[in-house]
Design a binder for this molecule. Sequence first.
Ligand code: X2X
Length: 343
Amino acid sequence: MKIRSLLGAITCAVAALSVTSTAYAADYKSEYKMSIVVGSAFPWGQGAEIWANLVKERTDGRINIKLYPGVSLVQGDQTREFTAIRQGVIDMAIGSTINWSPQVKQLNLFSLPFLMPDYAAIDALIHGEVGKQLFKHIEKAGVVPLAWGENGYRQLSNSKQEIKSPEDLKGMKLRVVGSPLYIDTFTALGANPTQMSWADAQPALATGAVDGQENPLSIYAGAKLYDVAQKYLTLWNYVADPLVFVVNKQVWESWTEEDRKIVREAAIEAGKQEIVIARKGVTPEDSSLLKEIEGHGVTVTSLTQEQHDAFVEVTKPVFEKWKKTIGADLVDQAQKDIAARKK
Ligand code: X2X
C-alpha cells in the first residue's frame, strides 16, 4: 500500500513536471524576428549576428533569433520600425536613434548639429545620465531597451563637387533620413533635402535622382556608394547615430528571469563589440577604411577650423529650435556631460 502510493506520487510528479515543461516551451516562440536596416556586410548587421548567436548559445537554443535586414518586416520603411516593435510585428531590433525619433522625440538629441565633437562625447552621453533618461523614454513608449551600439559619425557625399562651405551646398539635392530635423538642417544650409528610406536612397543615387546623401563611412563603403557616382566626401562629423538594442515588451515578459538576464547581458556584450567594429578604420590612429575609400578615386575633404565653424554657425537656429522639442533639460544635461568628458 505504501509502495503503491509512493509510486502514485512519483507518477503524479513526473506528469506535473512534463506539463510544466510543455507550458514553458509553449510560451516561447520557435523563432524570434530581429529587425535591422543593414546586414552583415556592415558593423550594424555584425552586431546583430553577435547578439543572436550569444543568445542562442547561452539559452541552449530556447531563444532562437532570425535576422531581418533591410527592415523587411515593415517593407523597408525604417521610420515605421519602432511602432512595429511596439505592436509585436517585430520581436527584437537593433535600431538607429534617427529612425525611431519620430516616435521617441528625445532621440533627436544625437541629430542636433555639431553637439558631439568626438567619440568621448558620444560615450559620455550613452553611458551617462542622458543614456539612462533616453532608455526611460523608450520604455515609456512601450519597448524594452537593453544596450547601446553605434552606426557612426555621418559624413556627406555627393556626385557634383567638393563641399567646404554651406555655399557649396546651395541647391544640391540631398537624400536625408526620416526625422524632420534633417530637413531643417539641410534647408538651413541652403541645400534641397528630400526624405527617403535607405531602400529608396540607393536607386535614387544610382539614377542621379538625388546628388548626395549623408551616412557613416561604414555604410558608404559597405554599400559601395563610390560606384554610384558619390565621388566627393566631406568629413564634418556633424551628427552621429547610436544604435539601441531592444525587445518587444510582451516577448520580454514571456521569458524567464534567467533568460532575460542572458539576453540583456548578451546585448551589452554585442553592443560593446559592435561599437569597436563601427569605429574601425575611421579614426586618426587607424584610417584604413578611409584609405580604401580614397583608393576608389574619391576626393576626401577635411575641414579647417574656420570652415567647420561656418557650418556650425548656419545650423545654430536649427539646434535651438529642436532643443525645445527634445527637452531643454535633456540637452543641457548632454552639453554638461560632454564638457566634463574624459578625453
Ligand atoms: O538610412 C540610413 O541612412 C541609415 C542606414 O543610416 C539608417 O538607417 C539611419
